[in-house]
Ligand binder design. Structure first.
Ligand code: HEM
Length: 380
């Protein structure tokens, strides 16, 4: 029997030899890459928390969210996607550097070592899933049965928790190799680290133009071109995708409050109009500015007799869907730049941009800039 196996093994092609003996599988290289990767993860985590907090603010924070600077969310969410994309080649380089340690024998040397290995498994699994799911989200592809947002949020906590434990477990080794010149000189380290840095810089440069205007011409792989779309603006969700009931000539905006009223589109157009240059900043990382014209939301609220600190609920013609109803704290509702926009870049809104009327407010995630507005309710 064993002779048969030996003959079989001789006939099979031998497996490729992994370069387990590369001199680069060593702590100093792991520390340098770990520093870059850790920085990218922490920027990603902090900006992700900001995005989550803006979309699902806890009660104590809800009424204190600032509406300025107008570009705040554009910057934080742009950074989120940029640092997440840059982390992908860095994670690849880091895992390549340390993978022989994963096959070191004995696999487990005691209870503490077993716990550390378990932590590593959780860290690597969550970090990989977090980055891949985030990347696929930028192209709005969800080939999995779980809800993206909640999974991405909780995976982030798991990955960062795992990262802190990992750094604590390796602290002596990290401290011993933190400074340049520590550890033995290794041929090729500089080239390898340079290659990893260059890859991270390249993916950043070729995608960041979806949100950084002066990198627009280099935006070869970004999921969106911020200047492409009806009226020069991208659209994430078209009217057809949202299944909006067509707003015919009988459309009227109803405003519910102490003094409720309803207005037709010509009546809204006859109210004092204001123009603001504000960005649509999408959670998927792209952003684009436009010139919006319409009625100040606070004027509509005053007309309905809303108290100054009242929050507002905005209901869309969109049927169902997580963004058909949106709530807005008073800081945004009372900001003079917050509009019920009827026009963009000098034209009536395209149906895909929310005709007949949409909300545009400073500093808010794009998913909260409700399109196809039907009703505004004053919450007291
Ligand atoms: C998402 C972030 C990270 C991941 C996924 C990751 C992954 C790993 C893995 C799988 C190992 C091998 C585990 C083992 O020794 O059994 C390792 C080792 C190591 N990591 Fe990390 N790591 C990350 C961040 C960091 C950071 C921020 C630092 C320090 C600044 C760091 C420093 C090290 C060091 C010093 C080693 C040991 C290398 C050796 O002994 O040759 N890592 N890492």
């Amino acid at each position: 029997m064993s002779g048969t196996f030996s003959r079989l093994r001789r006939r099979l092609p031998s497996p490729p030899r992994l370069p387990l003996d590369s001199a680069l599988h060593e702590p100093r290289t792991a520390v340098v890459l770990g520093r870059w990767l850790g920085a990218a993860f922490l920027v990603c985590f902090a900006t992700g928390l900001i995005s989550h907090g803006l979309q699902n603010p806890p009660g104590w924070l809800r009424d204190h969210l600032p509406s300025r600077p107008v570009d705040a969310y554009r910057v934080t969410q742009g950074l989120h996607v940029i640092s997440g994309i840059a982390a992908i080649p860095l994670l690849g380089a880091k895992l390549w550097t340390v993978y022989p340690r994963l096959f070191a024998r004995p696999a487990v040397r005691g209870v503490l070592h077993a716990l550390e290995r378990l932590g590593i498994a959780v860290l690597v699994g969550s970090a990989l899933l977090e980055l891949v799911s985030g990347l696929l989200d930028t192209v709005q592809w969800y080939p999995w049965p779980f809800p993206f947002r909640q999974t991405h949020f909780w995976l982030a906590w798991i990955a960062v928790g795992g990262l802190l434990l990992h750094v604590a477990a390796k602290a002596p080794l990290i401290a011993g190799h933190w400074r340049r010149g520590t550890g033995p000189a290794v041929t090729g380290r500089r080239a390898f680290l340079g290659g990893a840095a260059l890859s991270a810089a390249a993916v950043t440069l070729l995608t960041a133009g979806q949100t950084v205007p002066w990198l627009r011409r280099a935006d070869l792989f970004g999921a969106r071109r911020p200047d492409l779309g009806p009226q020069g603006l991208p659209v994430n969700r078209t009217a057809a995708q949202a299944g909006t009931a067509a707003a015919g000539p009988g459309w009227r905006l109803s405003v519910a409050g102490p003094r409720p009223y309803a207005l037709s589109l010509p009546e809204l157009g006859a109210l004092p109009q204001h123009t603001a240059v504000l960005p649509i900043a999408c959670v998927e990382g792209w952003s684009a500015s436009a010139r919006w014209t319409g009625v100040r939301l606070r004027d509509l609220l005053d007309r309905a007799g809303a108290p100054p600190g009242a929050r507002v609920r905005v209901v869309s013609l969109e049927r169902g869907g997580p963004y058909a109803v949106m709530e807005m704290p008073a800081t945004y509702a009372r900001d003079p730049l917050t509009l019920l926009a009827l026009r963009v870049n000098g034209e009536a809104l395209d149906p895909d941009h929310g005709y007949p009327a949409r909300i545009i407010a400073p500093g808010r995630p794009g998913v909260l800039q409700t399109k196809w507005v039907q009703r505004i309710e004053v919450l007291t």
